[in-house]
Structures are given as C-alpha cells and as structure tokens.
Design a protein around this ligand. Structure first.
Ligand code: PGA
Length: 254
C-alpha cells in the first residue's frame, strides 16, 4: 500500500485529525506507545490531544518516546525538546512521568546514552509514530545521507537545519551543532506512522518524499517502504502533489 495522503484546510483541522488517529490507538491498546515529535508542525496535534484529554481521554497508561534532543541543552533550557514537550503537552495531560522518554542531551557519555535510549525503543514497540519533516527531508534529526539503517545515534546537524532552527534561538551561534536522534530503522519499526507537513515552504520536499524515488538524500522518502504511513498536509504543503486538474497526482517524479 502506498502512502495515504490526507489534505486539510488548516494545520488546526489537520491536528484534530491526527489527534483522533492517536485517540483510536490509545483506546485500542492497554499500554499504548506513542512516538512523538517536536518543532512547529505538531503543535496543533498536541493542542487537539490535550482537548481530547480534557473531554475524558485518559493518558495514564500511555508511554511516550520522543524522536530526538539537542546535544548540550539541559532539559531546563527553553530551547530543549524536553522543555518543548512539557510546555506543549505533558504539563496539560496525565502521562505518568516514568512513562515519558526523551534522549538526554547532556549525558556525560552520549554514545552510552544512545544505547540506553535504543533499548527503551526496542522494549516499547511504538504503536503510533508522529514525524515532521525538515526542509531538507530529515525525519527526527536523520539528516540527508546520514546512516539510514540506523538506530539511536549522535548526528552532526547540517547547516541548513541549523539555519532553519535558528528561528527558535536568540542567535544562530546558540543552535547546537549535534543532536541525539532515533534512527530511521527504529522509526520504520513503528506500527503506524503519521508524517505531518504544513505550508508552501514544505511543498517541494513533500513532493520529493511522496512522488520521488526512495533516496538516501531524502530520508523521509524511506517512509515509502513502510506499510502504514499517513501523510497529513494542508493545501499549501500538498500543492506539489496535485495535477493540473487539482487531483492528487500518482505520477512518480523520478
Ligand atoms: P518544523 O520542523 O515542524 O519546525 O517545521 C520539522 C522538522 O525539522 O522535523
């Protein structure tokens, strides 16, 4: 089965849809494992999931595993993904603190931290994985031409990723140059994957990811190999997938 494409009018509507997919997984599993992402893209998803929680959805038995964390940022640093997750999600729901997993970017031995984290990923098979996509096609922090058959590892961020993420920092010099990321192989082990992308800036990379071949320089294209991927877009990010008549194109571009 190819990637399932869902197009919404707004990121808000898309977030509600993804939250409803997550809700189904949460209700169907005794110990649901959610793979979670950061960045601007999933904020509406978290918002919608918080609303479902406020309406009664219990997250007490949910286990969460985040994709990545910057090396060198403490969990208290406002730019860390720990901080992001608390602010946009965990402070508002009842996920048990012991069920929350995020790589420790300030571990004294990052290689050991990758092994520790990967053991958590292997012990808790992910039922529902949310991923955003970088402008260069990265998923998690798996950068173009990084080791694609990888498990959790330390990655040197590409200049374009540092430049793109500088918007969250006071100064580009403060953007960490390294990160810990779950590997593509670990992401592909998830039972179900939802890739989200919004805005015109993402239209080219979405087109390459969905209609291009599987390429090591477009890590997200590897998701074509997975049997259950939903690509959740708005009209702008989906614009490169439309044919002249405004229908979804099935034509491969390469
Ligand atoms: P963004 O980042 O959601 O802030 O666009 C996505 C990503 O880099 O994975």
């Amino acid at each position: 089965m190819g990637m399932r494409i869902r197009i919404f009018d707004t990121p808000h509507d898309a977030g509600i849809h993804v939250a409803s997919l997550a809700e189904r997984v949460i209700l169907q599993n005794q110990r649901p494992v959610l793979g979670l992402a950061t960045g601007s893209t999933p904020i509406q998803f978290y918002h919608a999931l918080i609303n479902l929680h406020k309406s009664g959805l219990d997250l007490a038995d949910v286990v969460t595993i985040n994709l990545d964390e910057y090396a060198s940022l403490s969990p208290h640093d406002a730019q860390s993904y720990h901080f992001y997750m608390n602010k946009y999600f965990f402070e508002h729901v009842n996920v048990a603190p012991e069920n929350i997993h995020i790589p420790n970017g300030i571990a004294s031995d990052l290689a050991k931290e990758c092994l520790r984290y990967d053991a958590i990923v292997q012990r808790n098979p992910i039922d529902f994985q949310v991923v955003g996509i970088g402008m260069n096609g990265h998923i998690g922090f798996n950068e173009p031409n990084d080791l694609l058959l990888s498990r959790t590892h330390v990655v040197a961020l590409k200049n374009e990723t540092i430049e793109s993420n500088a918007r969250f920092f006071d100064d580009i010099s403060r953007v960490p140059q390294y990160a810990i990321t779950m590997g593509v192989q670990s992401i592909l082990q998830a039972k179900q994957i939802v890739l989200m992308a919004f805005g015109m800036d993402k239209s080219c990379i979405v087109q390459e990811t969905v209609l291009g071949g599987v390429r090591t320089d477009v890590p997200a294209s590897v998701l074509q190999l997975h049997h259950d991927v939903t690509v959740v877009l708005d009209k702008e990010s989906a614009s490169g997938l439309m044919d002249k008549r405004g229908n979804l194109s099935t034509q491969q571009t390469s």
